[in-house]
Design a protein around this ligand. Structure first.
Ligand code: BJW
Ligand code: ZN
Length: 266
């Protein structure tokens, strides 16, 4: 079967010493975690812009805490899929590899990716909005009793350690992401609608600095017209094939001496 990606992408990846990848909710969809903007989720009646902001949280903390409690349960039950695993394998083949994610589910780390740059935080952590104390699982249990979860030290509301609309991204994480985008020879944008900034600007930044930019998505994203290649398909199906093709192409260019072109083999 003809691959959904080009030979150019395979050869560029096989040669590249610096690769950066941006992932979004689409990569975790095949692990059973609903995306934000695709139809079908039980939170479909709320847009992320309505729930993922501090005003919504202060207006109705129970509703927003409930949304995150529901998502934490899904994440606990979920397992990484072949898309996450393929990116962990690609990392082991490229000397300078940066995986930047907008996801807050920790599935990349569980698939074996290291040094993941989390742009929007992680929903497994929560903290008190008044004294910043990290919350424990017991602190969050109050929610089950029908009242918002509050800090046992100061009574402040407990919020997830994620980035909501109108909030700044963690500075160190965003700086690391920008630096990786600027130096990347190949940049992959995977499973993101690319409508939320500043994350959606990273593939464009990479391209401005000379990277070959490809996106992998079920349907073309908002930035599809600005990238070098659009690979249409499910990340869990496309990425294992892509990594396999890159591995085969790397072997073809490996000298008989066994020196691996500076690559670490998976
Ligand atoms: C598959 C698949 C499969 C499915 N395989 N693919 C106007 C212009 C520019 C910017 C702004 C603007 N007005 C406001 C802003 C700023 C705002 C913004 O960008 N808004 C836009 C919506 C217009 N951004 C911010 O506020 C950011 N902060 C900021 O800018 O700070 C500066 C500032 C400070 C003070 C005042 C003003 C500015 C913060 C953004 C934080 C986003 N937070 C969320 C929630 C995180 C916590 C949580 O998870 O609950 O992040 S919102 C939500 O969207 C979440 C995601 O990370 C993010 C991106 O979504 P993603 O990952 O792309 O998911 P989907 O669902 O949109 O797309 C899924 C894709 O997968 C689809 O394309 C599918 O086709 C595909 N797919 N299955 C491959 N199997
Ligand atoms: Zn507190």
């Amino acid at each position: 079967m003809t691959p959904p990606f080009s030979d150019i992408l395979v050869r560029r990846l096989a040669r590249a010493r610096r690769v950066a990848v941006l992932t979004g909710a689409g990569i975790s969809a095949e692990s059973g975690i609903a995306t934000f903007r695709d139809p079908g989720g039980i939170w479909e009646k709320f847009s992320p812009e309505e729930l993922a902001n501090v005003r919504a949280f202060l207006r109705n903390p129970e509703l927003v805490q409930g949304w995150y409690a529901h998502r934490r349960r899904l994440v606990e039950q979920a397992v990484p899929n072949p898309g996450h695993e393929a990116l962990a394998a690609l990392e082991r083949m490229v000397p300078d590899f940066t995986l930047i994610t907008q996801n807050v589910d920790g599935l990349h780390q569980r698939a074996g990716s290291r040094g993941v740059v989390e742009l929007h935080g992680n929903l497994t952590r929560s903290y008190c909005i008044d004294c910043r104390r990290l919350a424990t699982a017991e602190d969050l249990d109050a929610l089950a009793e029908g009242v918002p979860a509050r800090c046992p030290d100061c009574g402040g509301l407990i919020r997830p350690d994620v980035v909501w609309f109108g909030e700044y991204l963690p500075v160190a994480a965003f700086e690391a992401a920008e630096a990786a985008a600027r130096r990347a020879e190949v940049f992959l944008s995977i499973g993101t609608s690319a409508v939320v900034y500043p994350a959606a600007g990273l593939p464009l930044l990479a391209r401005e600095h000379g990277a070959y930019v490809a996106e992998v998505n079920l349907t073309p994203s908002a930035i599809a017209g600005y990238v070098d290649e659009v690979v249409e398909g499910a990340a869990g199906a496309v990425l294992p094939r892509l990594v396999q093709a890159v591995r085969a192409a790397s072997r073809e260019t490996t000298p008989a001496s066994g020196v691996q072109n500076g690559r670490k083999e998976a």
